[in-house]
Ligand binder design. Structure first.
Ligand code: 13P
Length: 260
């Protein structure tokens, strides 16, 4: 069983404006200072607000090890004529330590394929960022009992270009299991499904990498809220959560962080 320091990540997605993002981070930091949760916290704001969020975290003198910053998506290319794209290295100018790769909204709304996700994973690791690789099945795949098959394919292909980087430093990769049908629906996966799939992810990583990789964190995401967080976070092989909707509410988010 894998239990290490928890990570609770706030994926703000494409929400808010500079005023609301500033208020949200101020409120999160104040509640964090008051409640002193035991977990590490990661904020993934819209990239255009990274500078604002960073300056607020610095203002409150919170070490970036405790509340760290990440980017929600990176370009599959290092640099060049790629209008609208942002690189992992650019995000590091704003002290981002983490990059979210292969989120289901990137896969299903923006049609990112396994090959693109493998390139992004490699670039993120080459930039020395902690790479949060998201995997998860659609409702159709779930109903056809294809979850494990889909997750095996997603893990194998995403890591295919980075196996040697991954093997040399396990602390640089985090897996987030986010069933697509549980995202934003208010209906999280059952505790049994989470236990089963997280164990399967470990087994698969061991198989792909050839050794025991029990130090790799696996987060659960999909309708995590302040009511269900404590029962989900207690499960074996769950090392944290990737929170969408509830992370836009400072109280709910810090309640989730404090539920450990
Ligand atoms: P919700 O918490 O809104 O279901 O979103 C989950 C998610 O996609 C986090 O990345």
């Amino acid at each position: 069983m894998n239990k290490q320091k928890y990570l609770i990540a706030a994926n703000w997605k494409q929400n808010g404006d500079v005023k609301s993002a500033t208020k949200l981070i101020n409120d999160i930091v104040k509640l964090y200072k008051k409640n002193q949760p035991k977990c590490d916290v990661l904020i993934l704001p819209p990239a255009i607000y990274l500078s604002t969020i960073l300056s607020r975290i610095n203002y409150y003198k919170i070490p970036l090890k405790k509340i760290s910053l990440g980017i929600q998506n990176i370009s599959p290319f290092i640099e060049g004529a790629f209008t609208g794209e942002l690189s992992a290295n650019m995000s590091k100018d704003f002290k981002c330590s983490h990059a979210l790769i292969g989120h289901s909204e990137r896969r299903h709304v923006f049609f990112e394929d396994d090959k693109t996700i493998a390139s992004k994973t490699r670039l993120s690791l080459e930039s020395n960022m902690i790479t949060i690789l998201c995997v998860g099945e659609t409702i159709t795949e779930y109903n056809k009992n294809l979850t494990k098959k889909v997750i095996f394919r997603q893990l194998k292909s995403a890591l295919s270009k980075s196996l040697e980087l991954f093997k040399s430093d396990h602390s640089k990769v985090i897996i987030a299991y986010e069933p697509v049908w549980a995202i934003g629906t208010g209906k999280s996966a059952s505790l049994d499904d989470i236990v089963n799939i997280h164990a399967y992810i470990y087994k698969t990583l061991n198989k792909l990498l050839g050794t025991d990789h029990h130090m790799i964190k696996i987060l659960y995401g999909g309708s995590v809220n302040n009511n269900n967080a404590s029962s989900i976070l207690k499960l074996p092989n769950v090392n944290g959560a990737l929170v969408g909707g509830a992370s836009l509410n400072s109280k709910k988010f810090i309640d989730i962080c404090s539920s450990i």
